[in-house]
Design a protein around this ligand. Structure first.
Ligand SMILES: *[C@@H]1O[C@H](CO)[C@@H](O)[C@H](O)[C@H]1NC(C)=O
Ligand SMILES: *[C@@H]1O[C@H](CO)[C@@H](O)[C@H](O)[C@H]1NC(C)=O
Ligand SMILES: *[C@@H]1O[C@H](CO)[C@@H](O)[C@H](O)[C@H]1NC(C)=O
Length: 274
C-alpha cells in the first residue's frame, strides 16, 4: 500500500530527468495511433524528438491540425536527442511526404513535399548550409474534401556510402509521388533519427474516413495539470531556443501534457504491479 502510494511520485521524479525520453515514447505512440506505423513506416524507433516550427505559428505538437496558410512557409526543424549518449554528427536526409488521410494505401507511393540531402544537425536544429534540396519545401495542399492528410517529416541518417538513385540525384525536382521507403533503401540511408507529423485539411470532408482519424493527442491519457505547469521550464530546452510566442507556449504545454499523460500511465501500471 505504502509503495503503491509512492511509486507514482518516484516515477514522476525520474521523468523530469527523462522528459525527452518520454517524448520519444509519446511520438511512437502518436505514430501508431495515427496509423503511420505500420502503414507508412513498418517500424519506428527514433533516437531523438523532431519539433517543427512554422514562422508565425510557433512550435508544432505531433499531429497538430494546421491550415494551408500556416504551413505555407518552410518550417525549421528542432532535433532533441533522447539522451546524452545520442550524438548527431555527419549528414542527414530530411523528407516530408503526404501519407494521406488515415487508411490510405501508402504502398502505392506518397507525394514528396520536401527532400533535402546532406543536411546537418547544429545547435539542435536541422541545418542546410551544405545541403542539396532535391525537392524544395512545397507546402501541403490537400484536395478539398479529401479529409485530414497526414504530412510526415522524417530525418534519416545519411551515411558516407549514401548514393541516391539517378532520378533523385539533382536539385530542384518538383513535387511528385514516390516510394519513400524504396528511396531510403535504394540510396543507402540509415536509421530514422526522428520524425513527426502534422495534419492539414482543406474544405469539408466528403470522403468516409476511418474513425481513428480523430486528433490523436486525445488517444493518450489525460495528464495532471499540476505536473505540466510545474515542469514547463524543463521543456523549453527541447524547443530549440525558439522565441516563445504565445502560440508556441501553448503548444509546448500540450506536448508536455502528452508526456505527463504517459508518466501517469506508466506510474499507474507500476503501482498496480506492487
Ligand atoms: C538513449 O536513447 C537511445 C535512443 O532512444 C536508447 O536506445 C538508449 O538506450 C538510451 N540510453 C540511455 C542510457 O538511456
Ligand atoms: C535552406 O533553408 C532555407 C530557409 O528555410 C530555404 O529557403 C532554402 O531553400 C534551404 N536550402 C536547402 C538546400 O534546403
Ligand atoms: C556530408 O556530405 C558532404 C557533401 O554534401 C560530403 O562532402 C561529406 O563528406 C559528408 N560527410 C559525411 C560524414 O558523410
Amino acid at each position: 500500500m505504502f509503495s503503491a502510494y509512492l511509486a507514482p511520485l518516484l516515477l514522476a521524479a525520474v521523468a523530469v530527468a527523462q522528459n525527452t525520453a518520454l517524448e520519444v515514447e509519446a511520438i511512437q505512440a502518436h505514430f501508431t495511433a495515427a496509423g503511420i506505423v505500420p502503414s507508412l513506416l513498418s517500424t519506428f524507433n527514433p533516437s531523438a524528438v523532431a519539433t517543427l516550427n512554422f514562422p508565425g505559428v510557433g512550435d508544432i505538437k505531433p499531429g497538430q491540425s494546421l491550415t494551408r496558410a500556416q504551413v505555407g512557409p518552410t518550417p525549421s526543424v528542432a532535433i532533441t536527442p533522447a539522451n546524452s549518449t545520442v550524438t548527431l554528427t555527419g549528414n542527414f536526409t530530411l523528407a516530408m511526404v503526404d501519407a494521406g488521410p488515415v487508411g490510405s494505401d501508402e504502398s502505392q507511393g506518397v507525394t514528396r513535399h520536401w527532400l533535402v540531402n546532406g543536411a546537418t544537425v547544429a545547435d539542435n536544429k536541422v541545418a542546410n548550409a551544405s545541403a542539396v534540396a532535391i525537392t524544395q519545401y512545397a507546402g501541403p495542399a490537400p484536395p478539398a474534401g479529401s479529409g485530414p492528410h497526414r504530412y510526415v517529416v522524417i530525418l534519416y541518417e545519411q551515411p558516407a556510402s549514401f548514393s541516391p538513385p539517378e532520378e533523385f540525384s539533382q536539385p530542384n525536382i518538383g513535387v511528385s509521388v514516390f516510394d519513400v521507403n524504396a528511396y531510403a533503401q535504394n540510396s543507402g540511408l540509415g536509421n530514422i533519427v526522428a520524425a513527426t507529423y502534422i495534419t492539414v485539411e482543406e474544405g469539408q470532408t466528403t470522403a468516409s474516413l476511418s474513425a481513428t482519424s480523430a486528433v490523436v493527442t486525445s488517444t493518450l491519457p489525460v495528464p495532471s495539470s499540476t505536473g505540466s505547469q510545474s515542469h514547463s521550464g524543463s521543456h523549453s530546452a527541447t524547443s530549440g531556443g525558439a522565441a516563445p510566442s504565445q502560440t508556441s507556449q501553448g503548444n509546448s504545454a500540450t506536448t508536455l501534457e502528452t508526456s505527463w499523460g504517459l508518466v501517469a500511465l506508466l506510474a499507474g501500471s507500476f503501482a498496480a504491479m506492487l
